[in-house]
Design a protein around this ligand. Sequence first.
Ligand SMILES: [Zn+2]
Length: 197
Amino acid sequence: MPNNNEGRQQLPAPERPSNKGIAESIRPTAFEEWRAIPGYVGVYEVSDLGRIRSLDRTMVSAIGHATRRTGQLISPARDSKGHLVVSLYGRDHTKRSARVHRLVLSAFVGPCPPGREALHRNSRAEDNRLTNLRWGTRVDLGRLTVQNGRHPVARRAHCAHGHHYSAENTRIVQRSNGRTVRVCRACQTIRGTRPQR
Ligand SMILES: [Zn+2]
């Protein structure tokens, strides 16, 4: 895709991230790659650390008034699921709410393939570093959620028979309905079978 605004460049003095938590732990590195947000070339950029910034630009109002705007880092808000969202204002005076993880993937990987969604490899919705993101299926999402211990049931430490769900004692199994479950190896051994469901 055409992209005139990408490129690695030295960071200016880092501004303090406004979101506590993960944002605090993701310090800008010496190099941070910025790319234009598709549909907003020359207006907004997204970085491989999941930060959003506007660029110096001239916005022309519907009645022809030109206003000079200075670029700045955009502080994302948090939606009900914990995802970071920003409001983007287009040159055509539209306003759109966009989730940061989708912006990162769109700019650095490409458009979302049909039937896919943006996934966080560590299941932390606020961690929008490119290395933590990929387009994946709903099945992939379920697997990650269980693997990362974020599933409500998967957080239990022991099976129904009291065996500890250690890494060695746990199998991650994909069911035909797409759900991902943990299976206790100790229980399998006792039964002498691999469960059919
Ligand atoms: Zn068990």
